[in-house]
Design a protein around this ligand. Structure first.
Ligand code: 2PG
Ligand code: MG
Length: 482
């Protein structure tokens, strides 16, 4: 089966800015579409997103990308066979001919690569996750959800840290989603009580955006909810430290800190609130910060160090940085590199280095749900998907719920379900496969012993109340009475 038609068009992303969508059809009339997301906090080595630089939408339009598709790219691909992703992407990369896709634009390439990937799956009558899994020879597994509860940095006013996330320890999409829902809505009430109605406004990823608060307050509020919602959860931060770093100093919550003092601040938060991971804890070009990360490698760590801006979904960068096993987790964002073939290569490189693979959305998203299929299909450890509100975020939650429901109704044709895991027990205690250089970490909580039910989809557990009670609250309780 071959490509019959390619139609590119301009749509708006979740920030209301233009982005590119490609619709691709096969000879037998099947059609797939993919739309490209956009980031706000960017790594310096991300592939280049092409925008018009003039004309409508304040120059942010993608009409030049559309023109390039219509004139340069489409003529090469009409009649091109499906199910040949690597060749297809290779040809796109060659047509662009630049290191960082600045000629045609990484957004142009990704829109085509995504539509082609989806159409190839459709042609094989396979769910997208299955196609991805077979293509990569990976075992599908539901990811742990990294859900933004409170936002800051470049995504929302009020806080310097970009994302305060919870990571439910249960990967069953239904249980994880309910847990995130309960935490999100309770924190919303807490913030409203503390800072007034404006604290219920949200940032780009749906995270709450309270003004006049602090990291300590947010972490305290989150940690008070642990054990009171359906699944236990860990707390993770994306510092996105590039965005509050300048001239050797980090400006955070009225302090100006060198990397070593910022690290002490992180250690203080970790000792109080037991952080699971911090993404981009230092700016990517702060050598002092990189040195601190290097010194952590191979030793007990207070929290896992996750790379996003450092590695930008780039296989070579991942391989280079992971020679010293700098990072415990690596964020994967297809639009940082520009094609799905390169995205898969980055995932494989991250895995080969024993880092956890965390698939991620962007702050400017579309309602496309491919990321959920990608995370499940490659069996990623994590999926960053924002708050459980706003259509473009909810699309990913809903797709995971749909995959789980489909598998359930298809007699669980595939080994799926609820790995109940304790990251603080598995990752932070360094229980990586033998022979890896993952640092040995001090023992913390013992692993949650999980006995899979007969059906791989977990039976519903007793539901904890959405709003926690005050029974065991310290006097400084931030959590409202139910
Ligand atoms: C990040 C992402 C997503 P952005 O930094 O990890 O949360 O943000 O898309 O703005 O880069
Ligand atoms: Mg990040």
């Amino acid at each position: 089966m071959t490509i019959k038609q390619i139609i590119p068009y301009q749509i708006l992303d979740s920030r209301g800015e233009p982005t590119l969508m490609v619709q691709m059809s096969s000879e037998n009339g099947k059609t797939a579409k993919f739309a490209v997301p956009a980031g706000a906090s960017l790594g310096k080595t991300e592939a280049v997103e092409k925008r018009d630089g003039e004309g409508p939408y304040g120059g942010l339009g993608v009409l030049h990308c559309i023109e390039a598709i219509n004139t340069v790219i489409t003529p090469k691909f009409i009649g091109y066979p499906l199910d040949q992703l690597e060749d297809f992407d290779e040809l796109l990369i060659a047509l662009d001919g630049s290191e960082r896709k600045e000629n045609l634009g990484a957004n142009t390439l990704l829109a085509l690569s995504g539509a082609y990937l989806k159409l190839s799956a459709l042609e094989k009558n396979q769910p997208l996750w299955q196609y991805i899994s077979e293509h990569n020879n990976t075992s599908p597994e539901f990811p742990q959800l990294f859900a933004t509860i409170v936002g800051g940095g470049k995504h929302a006013p009020g806080l310097d840290i970009q994302e305060y996330m919870i990571v439910p320890q249960n990967t069953n999409p239904d249980i994880a989603t309910q847990t995130i829902y309960d935490v999100y809505h309770t924190i919303r009430t807490v913030m409203e009580n503390l800072y007034g109605p404006s604290a219920t406004l949200v940032g780009d990823e749906g995270g709450l955006a309270p003004i006049g608060t602090s990291t300590e307050v947010i972490l305290e509020a989150l940690s008070q909810l642990n054990g009171k919602v359906q699944s236990k959860f860990d707390i993770a931060l994306d510092a996105a430290a590039n965005s509050f770093y300048k001239d050797g100093l980090y400006t955070i919550e009225t302090q100006s800190l060198h990397a070593s003092d910022l690290f002490k601040l992180y250690q203080g938060w970790d000792s109080k609130f037991n952080l699971y991971s911090i993404e981009d804890p230092f700016a990517e070009d702060d050598l002092e910060g990189t040195e601190i990360i290097k010194n952590m490698a191979g030793k007990p760590k207070p929290f896992l160090v996750v790379a996003d801006d450092y590695t930008t979904t780039n296989k070579s960068r991942i391989e280079e940085m992971q020679k010293d096993t700098l990072f415990d987790g690596i964020v994967i964002k297809p639009n940082q590199v520009g094609t799905f073939t390169e995205t898969f290569a980055a995932i494989a490189a991250a895995r080969a280095s024993k880092a956890k693979v965390i698939i991620s959305h962007r702050s400017g998203e579309t309602t496309d749900s491919l990321l959920a299929d990608l995370a499940y299909g490659v069996g990623a450890m994590g999926l960053k998907l924002g708050a459980p509100i706003r259509g473009e975020r909810v699309a990913k939650y809903n797709r995971l719920l749909e995959i789980a429901a489909d598998l359930d109704s298809n007699q669980r044709q595939s080994p799926v379900g609820s790995r109940v895991i304790s990251p603080s027990a598995t990752a932070k205690t360094g229980s990586a496969p033998a022979g890896t250089s993952t640092p040995q970490l001090p023992p913390s909580t013992p692993p949650v012993a999980y006995k899979p039910p007969v059906s791989p989809i977990v039976q519903p557990q007793p539901v904890a109340p959405a709003a926690p009670t005050t029974a065991a609250q310290p006097t400084s309780s931030l959590v409202p009475p139910s």
